[in-house]
Ligand binder design. Structure first.
Ligand code: HEC
Length: 297
């Protein structure tokens, strides 16, 4: 792919510049440049699409990771690495039938080293922007938050992605012991008077209870969690017909989703509003309503 080649040339150049600035290019001992050309030489495991943000994600596995994954092994050995690349989608102006990958948003890695990354269940996490800079923030907090969410799929070896069916016709999506999302992420019903202040302010006018992601389900949160959790909040809003939110007391980070009944959507879709915490002195506000296809479950 031509664009991949160009990307890596640009990447090489900006990486060198990155080193000379104060912005770090390293996270947990890893750099984007440690995995050159992974998108050409590793196995493409799967593609996932996010309906609410129209984002495409591609997951790749190196040889060790792929050989274990495709044989159904979930206890990954040292040296296994997964990568995920996220793109915003755009139209192909020449023939706009379906959306195509547009700008890259971020590149993430999970590197298996049981001894080195004991604190994060044996996976070393790293997140970079396409120019090779590590995402800003406290590295330990970020890593704990990556690991906390990935623990939701402990029964898949902390790896969400599953091979696309056509890659391995013998491979059945592992029937996880914990089952569906409702059993992995617990929501507690919180009465209006017990809502955290920031949430109560955002839900002004709402009288009934709201659903909060339990801190046992997600004990660590970083700003990236707020975006990643939104599809799940959406599902819970639809399931429980009440606003749903994630609130992390330690970091004061939160994300909220609620119904937007005034907003018109096609009959098989539902209108939702979402908001999340923003750095002071800005104030969180609800973004424009989105129409979201009602999920089957
Ligand atoms: C709130 C949940 C959540 C958080 C936090 C999170 N992830 Fe993930 N991650 C996912 C999901 C879900 C997928 C599956 C692919 C997709 O849908 O985007 C995934 C996929 C991945 C993959 C591909 C392998 C796999 O598990 O499928 C890597 C690599 C990865 N994430 C790295 C990270 C890193 C690094 C961080 C922290 C900086 C992080 N993740 C934080 C939910 C999360």
């Amino acid at each position: 792919m031509g664009f991949a080649a160009i990307f890596f040339i640009i990447l090489g150049a900006t990486h060198a510049i990155g080193k000379s600035t104060t912005n770090s290019t390293e996270m947990n001992g890893y750099h984007l440049s440690d995995f050159p050309e992974f998108s050409k030489t590793w196995q493409l495991v799967t593609v996932r699409h996010r309906g609410d943000t129209n984002e495409l994600r591609f997951t790749y596995a190196n040889d060790i990771a792929w050989s274990q994954m495709s044989s159904g092994e979930t206890d990954y050995s040292d040296g296994a690495v997964f990568a995920k690349v996220s793109f915003v989608t755009r139209e192909d102006l020449a023939f706009p039938s379906s959306k195509v990958p547009g700008n890259q948003r971020r590149i993430q890695f999970m590197v298996r080293n049981k001894e080195l990354h004991k604190e994060t269940a044996g996976w070393g996490y790293a997140i970079f922007s396409p120019d090779g800079l590590r995402q800003k923030g406290n590295v330990r907090n970020m890593s704990m938050a990556c690991a906390a969410c990935h623990k939701l799929v402990k029964d898949r070896g902390h790896v969400f992605s599953q091979p696309m069916p056509f890659l391995d016709s013998n491979f059945r999506v592992q029937t996880p012991s914990e089952g569906q999302w409702q059993n992995r992420v617990r929501f507690n019903k919180i009465n209006r008077e017990n809502l955290p202040t920031q949430i109560a302010v955002l839900l002004e006018g709402h009288k009934g209870p709201a659903y909060q992601v339990s801190s046992e389900s997600l004990p660590y949160v970083f700003h990236g969690t707020l975006d990643e959790i939104r599809p799940l909040l959406i599902k819970q809003v639809i399931k429980g017909s009440a606003p749903s939110y994630l609130y992390d007391e330690k970091s004061d980070l939160f994300a909220v989703v609620k119904l937007a009944p005034q907003h018109k959507c096609p009959s098989d879709e539902v209108a939702l509003l979402s908001a999340h915490s923003v750095p002071n002195p800005k104030k969180p506000v609800f973004e424009l309503p989105i129409c979201y296809r009602k999920p089957a479950n």
